[in-house]
Design a protein around this ligand. Structure first.
Ligand code: ADP
Ligand code: MG
Length: 915
């Protein structure tokens, strides 16, 4: 039993208050066919909507089977609509993109009924209305009458107690109207049917009761139903239970909807994907560019190390000054009125000495080699490379077959010209004073070039700074290059040292210089080919030490005859190329005339460390292999024995020399005796010495040992033999792979410097910084620009996706109304729409990523042809692709969330009215 008690409803539009229903009282039997008649605007639809729970009354009560609806919440109304009410509209209100079967199923879907049962019941309902054969047609493929019958089937499928029909035949012709009325009459056999119509004839013919409305009041009732208030129990509140729709159902509902509207879905997804494509492309390009930059970094860093030399000169501090007459040219800052001092030459020397730094590489190597040192994490794949100084001499053969020591200071070639007197001598002295001990590499004819990496003998630092004029870079330990200056020149002295200028001609020049004669220095000139014909003969220091019969060794250095034999076994070096500094090259800092590779160094180290003399010294670290004496004997007896032994072995002239020295001291107070000794010859002196020593006691020998005999030291011996200790490199090259790593290494060195004493602090050369100081900034700018692009396109695409989803949701307001009318809750609606936007998001994300990948193919081809290399290759990383798809889903969900919420909240009646 349905009771309407004093229900009123007013519509307020602006100032206008429209009373649609005015305290209407009406009771319905459980089983009757009621027709409601009345003029337009009399409140019929309002009444029906209120009964159907589509609209809510302002006051009064709607009582169904003794349950008051006064306290109903949204949830209860949803359930009420779904279970108790079936609704048939004048305009059918079918969902156009679903088949009629699905349309009918929908009401069951919302009730949470299983798929099988849903299908069976929907089919049954459709068969009942005579449409059993058209199940899979879309509403648009049916006639008006058929559509209305589908609507009736949908209304009945839940087997509701009440069927409401609002002008169901209003849009139908007479014939189909009759069919629909017949159907309704049939339906009314076992339930309450309330039908609004303004066709009195149809009402008369089919309805069992006619209620007339006018201006919101009941003005007539052919079969009123009076309920005795006393006999009926008081209406109570009771929940109706709720409609339930599983997420799976909403997903499949949305999926079906999307599938039904393939074209539209695709377009929406495509529109949404454009933003994703934008981001994907920019990500791909920035990824490609980043990879390219990283490769460049790695390449650059791989070949340009940070180097630390044991001894180094900051040449730039000297080179920066303009020189004039051996002095630094300066602005005069005083008046020209009295006498002033000029200290520029002092400054020059000071500049030279202060720009010269010594680094304790042994300590630093310990620091670097420490396993736990964090600096090791920053090292690149080339790691740390150590270079060592080796002891050797190189000789060249002149055109006239004279042998020349290439390392001889050119000015002191001839002992007779190297006297400290004369202009040349003075000049030499001043030169020496300017060059610190151990000094500038320029005084050496042979120098090692910075080693390369990955088996390359010559570093890219060198190769990128020098033009190879002729021949090839060294490939082997015995190959060297000739280093020219910017003007293809080599100092005349160096050319002589290399054996290229014949001795005769060079002597003539020297002679002219010595005598101060005016002369014109000839310009010597050699073809590259000629230069490359020249051979050099390298003798490692250890080879100078020849074994004596007693097992000790002696040096044959300076012995011309022995040199001949040594040269026969010498390592022959070949000049394979000629190089010249490039214009503006910043790292062209080879100072020697000949550059050799560290393969030669390694070879010589190996050779020396395995030589007989080194092996002998290593075998007995206590005894000097050069004289058989103990380095540091503790007992006097041993020292006395050593001293006796030493004197015994002395040659005549050495013995005579020692004796005259001793005698000078012994007879210091006796000038006559001294004079006598001075007049003696070597042989006589030696004889005197022998006589003296034969009778001398241990005291004398101890004195001799302490004052006249130099035993030497193990270390000095080893270094003279050319033995190289791996603890003491002459230079360290540290390679990083990235700029950041290099910066970090720089920081570590700074930290190291602040942690050690001043003597251990080191200075280093950063080749990359010199080379590419601006590249880092450029790379950073590029990275920031790319990030900015990505950020902007992200924002743009979010907005785009949001708008598209919003529009698509708004477009479906009517559908929302229908769903609500058949019992879907607001939550169900949001759920369905969120599921749908989620699917669209997934689709646009996938589409976007897919399209981007396709677009990248021609883009990369274009890049390749533009750049002429495949170095920049734009690719979308898999992880980014996944993130982008997820992002697209999230963005569409956000974009759709608000409109879906809004749509769900929409007033049901107006949602239904919207087109
Ligand atoms: P009927 O169905 O009998 O033609 P309605 O029930 O649709 O009449 O309308 C009753 C009255 O209430 C009419 O005057 C109509 O203008 C008014 N009305 C109905 N719905 C609304 C609404 N949503 N907003 C404002 N006024 C409305
Ligand atoms: Mg109406």
């Amino acid at each position: 039993m349905l009771q309407i008690k004093k229900i009123s409803k007013q519509y307020i539009t602006g100032d206008l208050v429209q009373t649609a229903l005015n305290k209407v009282n009406l009771n319905f039997r459980d089983n009757e066919f009621v027709a409601i008649l009345g003029p337009s605007g009399s409140g019929k639809t309002t009444l029906l909507n209120i009964i159907g729970g589509l609209d809510h009354y302002d006051s009064g009560d709607l009582i169904i089977n003794n349950i008051s609806t006064q306290k109903y919440k949204d949830r209860d109304w949803d359930s009420y609509r779904n279970h108790t009410i079936g609704f048939v509209f004048q305009s059918y209100n079918l969902i156009p993109h679903q088949t009629i079967l699905s349309n009918v199923e929908l009401a069951l879907t919302i009730s949470g009924i299983s798929k099988r049962e849903r299908k069976d019941r929907a089919k049954e309902a459709l068969e009942k209305v005579g449409l059993g054969t058209q199940l899979h047609k879309k509403p648009s493929q049916l006639s008006g009458g058929q559509m209305q019958r589908v609507a009736i089937a949908r209304a009945l499928v839940n087997n509701p107690d009440i069927l409401l029909a609002d002008e169901p035949t209003g849009a139908l012709d007479t014939e189909t109207s009759i069919q629909v009325m017949d159907l309704l009459k049939e339906v009314a056999k076992d339930r309450l049917v309330i039908m609004v119509t303004h066709n009195p004839e149809l009402a008369e013919e089919y309805a069992t009761r006619i209620v007339k409305l006018k201006d919101g009041n009941i003005v007539g009732d052919t079969k009123p139903f009076h309920v005795n208030p006393e006999s009926t129990p008081k209406a109570v509140h009771k929940n109706m239970g709720k409609t339930s729709m599983k997420i799976k159902t909403s997903l499949s509902l949305s999926f079906n909807n999307l599938r039904a509207k393939k074209g539209r879905t695709f377009l929406t997804a495509f529109a949404g994907s454009i933003g994703i494509i934008g981001i994907a492309l920019i990500l791909s390009f920035s990824n490609g560019v980043n990879e390219y930059i990283e490769n460049i970094q790695r390449d650059t860093m791989a070949s340009y190390p940070i180097t630390i030399e044991a001894q180094s000169i900051d040449l730039s501090s000297i080179m920066g000054e303009e020189m004039m007459g051996g002095r630094i040219k300066k602005e005069v800052s005083h008046d020209l009125d009295s006498v002033y001092s000029n200290s520029s030459s002092l400054e020059m020397v000071n500049r030279l000495t202060s720009s010269f730094t010594e680094n304790n590489l042994t300590e630093f190597k310990k620091y670097l080699d420490d396993e736990n040192n964090k600096i090791r994490e920053q090292l690149g794949k080339n790691g740390v490379k150590y270079s060592y100084d080796v002891a050797f001499d190189v000789y060249a053969k002149n055109a006239d077959d004279t042998i020349i020591d290439t390392n001889t200071n050119a000015f002191s070639l001839k002992p007779e010209t190297s006297s400290t007197s004369g202009a040349l001598g003075q000049f030499q002295d001043s030169m020496r004073s300017m060059v610190p001990a151990g000094g500038m590499g320029s005084s050496q004819t042979f120098g090692e070039m910075l080693p390369g990496t990955e088996g390359d003998l010559v570093s890219s630092v060198v190769k990128d700074s020098y033009d190879l004029l002729y021949g090839a870079w060294p490939q082997n330990y015995d190959e060297v290059v000739l280093v020219l200056d910017q003007n293809n020149e080599i100092p005349t002295t160096a050319l002589y040292a290399l054996g290229l200028i014949p001795t005769e001609q060079y002597d003539a020049i020297m002679k002219s210089m010595e005598t101060g004669e005016e002369f014109e220095v000839e310009t010597f000139h050699y073809s590259y080919d000629e230069i490359c014909q020249q051979e050099f003969y390298l003798i490692p220091a250890c080879d100078y030490y020849v074994k004596n019969e007693d097992g000790t060794f002696h040096s044959v250095k300076g012995d011309k005859l022995k040199l001949e034999t040594l040269l026969k076994d010498a390592i022959t070096l070949h000049v394979t190329g000629v190089i010249r500094p490039m214009e503006e090259a910043k790292n062209a800092n080879i100072t020697s005339a000949i550059g050799y590779t560290n393969a030669l160094t390694d070879y010589i180290i190996d050779y020396a460390n395995n030589s007989e003399v080194v092996a002998a010294q290593l075998a007995n670290k206590e005894v000097n292999v050069l004289n058989g004496m103990e380095f540091a004997p503790e007992e006097d007896a041993a020292r006395v024995a050593d001293a006796r032994n030493y004197i015994e072995k002395l040659g005549v002239s050495d013995k005579a020399k020692l004796w005259s020295e001793l005698a000078a001291k012994m007879y210091a107070n006796n000038p006559e005796q001294l004079q006598g000794i001075a007049s003696l010859g070597e042989v006589q002196l030696a004889a005197m010495a022998d006589e003296y020593f034969s009778s001398a006691d241990d005291e004398v020998f101890l004195m001799l040992y302490d004052n006249y005999i130099s035993v030497g030291s193990y270390d000095s011996n080893m270094s003279a033999f050319g033995f190289v200790s791996l603890d003491a490199p002459s230079s360290i090259s540290i390679y990083a792979d990235t700029f950041e790593a290099k910066e970090a290494i720089g920081d570590f060195i700074t930290e190291y410097n602040s942690s050690v004493e001043e003597a251990y602090q080191i200075t280093y050369t950063d080749f990359v910084a010199i080379m590419t100081s601006s590249i880092t900034t450029i790379i950073n700018v590029i990275s920031y620009v790319l990030i900015a692009f990505v950020a902007v396109s992200l924002i743009v695409s979010s907005i785009m996706i949001g708008i598209i989803t919003y529009i698509s949701v708004l477009e479906r307001t009517k559908e929302i109304g229908i769903l609500r009318a058949i019992g879907a809750s607001k939550h169900n609606i949001s759920q369905v729409f969120n599921a749908e936007t989620g699917i669209v998001g997934l689709l646009s994300g996938t589409l976007g990523v897919g399209i981007s990948c396709l677009i990248l193919i021609p883009c990369n081809a274009l890049l390749r042809s533009l750049l002429g290399s495949a170095e920049v290759n734009a690719t979308l990383p898999a992880i980014s692709a996944v993130i982008l798809i997820a992002l697209s889903v999230i963005l569409t969900l956000i974009g759709g969330f608000i409109p879906a919420k809004k749509a769900a909240r929409k007033d049901l009646v107006s949602a239904l009215r919207s087109e």
